[in-house]
Design a protein around this ligand. Structure first.
Ligand code: FAD
Ligand code: MLT
Ligand code: ZN
Length: 500
């Protein structure tokens, strides 16, 4: 943590002079909603929350915090799932909220680019594009609250990444405040730009540890003219992967989303959202979306394909949307899964990436490993199968047993992530690292990568004011792994906090 100077005692006054007194919150009751994360897992404290109204104000706030050596914690819509936007318990930090910066600065239809400020919600950015007859395709269940700044900082993925890519792929350039308080304007509308290091791409996914996003140049796409959304019933994840291969072969880039939903996720949906009846009764489900930008396109070939799969016993049921209303209703079911799990109680969440070919193998291998240590453990496995991205969440049906499981989170994580690592996967597919996984990063990222990350962090933010304690552990000396303690990949470094 940076050593604080005496000047910091007057920081709220300095900040108020920059952004106006009404935009500096210090009252504990007003601060309270910003001090805990969406899951209610982390609870922090802060000396103030500051709400700048433009880029220059953000830069001035960063300079004021830098000279007082006060840590800054950026927060967007506070929907992040790794605690990245929650300050620590010291109460030292200033929180930075850009919701006042919510303008679509420019819509350049010739170049298919939207310049949106970081405080726009994702829904607002989508609407600005749609009103101009274009598509901004990033789509998450949290889109009504999450903000473009948070989407950039987490490199968000979501349900349509299969066709359009993740936030990084959807961004041509950014405007950001660097940790020294300089405004860096990398906003451009170029599709190719190899002039030196790509700072935008370095900042995207850095979770507020390397700079503050104030705006982004976002790629727009033609609006789909035809869309078909299908809810498909299957026997197993293996069957879902066979189906994915078939649908991809038949529809290629017209396949937009391919989401898998496990039996327990279906059960939780039914329990907590009984008004949303499921389209089919099947052990496993796939929600698949096809779309095309040509009016002339014919997606009915999908009906033939699914009929053949039904006849061959590869599908146990198929419901195809007949209207926009039905499409939206299918998606509402998929989008309520996180909330249904939250209502069910605490669980140990994993957002993992695997080679698609090994997703089913992961599920086959991991279940007995976990059941052996925690008999009766419940697995929720669902998510973006088309990207090899599973949300694999664990809990116990009984409250007391669930507490015991939560107490053993480090062991559970070790079992899950070692298996992911052995299969060539990643411990974070789309949610980031935040404070949830920072110690685990030491184990599963190579020593070379960790040391390069530290060098970058120290070079850009030598005083460590940008979201300290997120992504990289603050005080852990990195040293080579002890023998017999290495993940299968041979990657990683020893991390004392991970010893179990
Ligand atoms: P916050 O939670 O406020 O912050 C997240 C991180 O970004 C923090 O480290 C914060 O410090 C940093 N940050 C925020 N704003 C800035 C800024 N302007 N400059 C620099 N750093 C900043 N994620 C997916 O990828 N795919 C999904 O499908 C998905 N579904 C979700 C569904 C639900 C119901 C929920 C609750 C979350 C879901 N998420 C998903 C996670 C979350 O919505 C995303 O990570 C989102 O991008 C976070 O945006 P936010 O504005 O809420 O950021
Ligand atoms: C989703 O895809 O629904 C979110 O990323 C999931 C989550 O809550 O883990
Ligand atoms: Zn997801």
């Amino acid at each position: 943590m940076p050593k604080r100077l005496e000047a910091s005692t007057h920081l709220p006054d300095t900040l108020a002079a920059i952004v106006g007194g009404a935009n500096v919150l210090v009252d504990p009751a007003e601060l309270a909603p910003f001090l805990t994360d969406w899951r209610g897992r982390y609870q922090g404290r802060a000396r103030a929350l500051v709400r700048p109204g433009n880029t220059e104000e953000v830069a001035a706030v960063v300079r004021a915090c830098l000279s007082a050596r006060i840590p800054i914690v950026p927060q967007g819509g506070n929907t992040g799932l790794c605690g990245g936007a929650t300050p620590d318990e010291s109460g030292d930090a200033v929180m930075l909220q850009l919701r006042r910066m919510n303008r679509a600065r420019a819509l350049d239809l010739e170049n298919n680019v939207l310049i949106a400020e970081a405080g726009c919600t994702l829904l607002e950015a989508q609407a600005a594009a749609r009103n101009a007859g274009r598509l901004f395709p990033l789509s998450l269940a949290s889109e009504g609250s999450c903000q473009i700044g948070g989407n950039l900082a987490t490199n968000a993925g979501g349900v349509r990444a299969l066709r359009y890519g993740v936030m990084r792929d959807l961004t041509l350039g950014v405007e950001a405040i660097l940790p020294d308080g300089k405004i860096w304007s990398g906003l451009h509308t170029l599709r190719k730009n190899n002039a030196g290091y790509d700072l935008s791409n370095l900042l995207i996914g850095s979770e507020g540890t390397l700079g503050i996003f104030t705006a982004a140049a976002l790629k727009l796409y033609p609006l789909p003219q035809k869309t078909m959304t299908c809810w498909l019933g299957l026997a197993s994840p293996e069957a879902a992967i066979v189906l994915l291969d078939k649908v991809q072969a038949a529809f290629d880039s017209r396949l937009v989303a391919f989401e898998m939903i496990c039996p327990l996720a279906g059960e939780l949906m039914r329990r907590h959202f009984p008004e949303l009846s499921l389209p089919l009764d099947a052990p496993w489900s796939v929600l698949c979306e096809l779309s095309d930008c040509s009016h002339a396109s014919d997606l009915t070939a999908a009906e033939t394909l699914f009929a053949e799969c039904l006849a061959a016993g590869e599908l146990s049921g198929a419901a195809l949307s007949r209207s926009l209303r039905e499409q939206e209703a299918f998606w509402r079911r998929r989008e309520c899964i996180s909330e249904a799990q939250k209502q069910e109680g605490d669980s140990i969440k994993h957002d993992i990436a695997l080679p698609i070919s090994r997703v089913a193998e992961f599920l086959r291998r991991i279940k007995p490993l976990l059941n052996e240590r925690f008999p009766g453990i419940r697995h929720t496995a669902y998510g973006h199968l088309g990207d090899g991205n599973l949300h694999f969440n664990l809990s116990m049906p009984d409250a007391a047993e669930n507490e015991r499981l939560l107490d053993n989170e480090a062991l559970v994580n070790r079992i899950v992530y070692d298996c992911v690592d052995e299969l060539g996967g990643s411990i974070s597919a789309e949610h980031g690292i935040g404070q949830l996984k920072r110690e685990m990063l030491c184990r599963y990222k190579s020593a070379a990568a960790l040391s390069a990350m530290r060098i970058v962090k120290t070079a850009l933010d030598p005083r460590g004011i940008m979201n300290p304690g997120k992504v990289l552990p603050q005080d852990i000396e990195l040293s080579p792994l002890s023998p017999g303690h290495s993940p299968a990949s041979g990657r990683g470094e020893q991390c004392p906090l991970l010893e179990i």
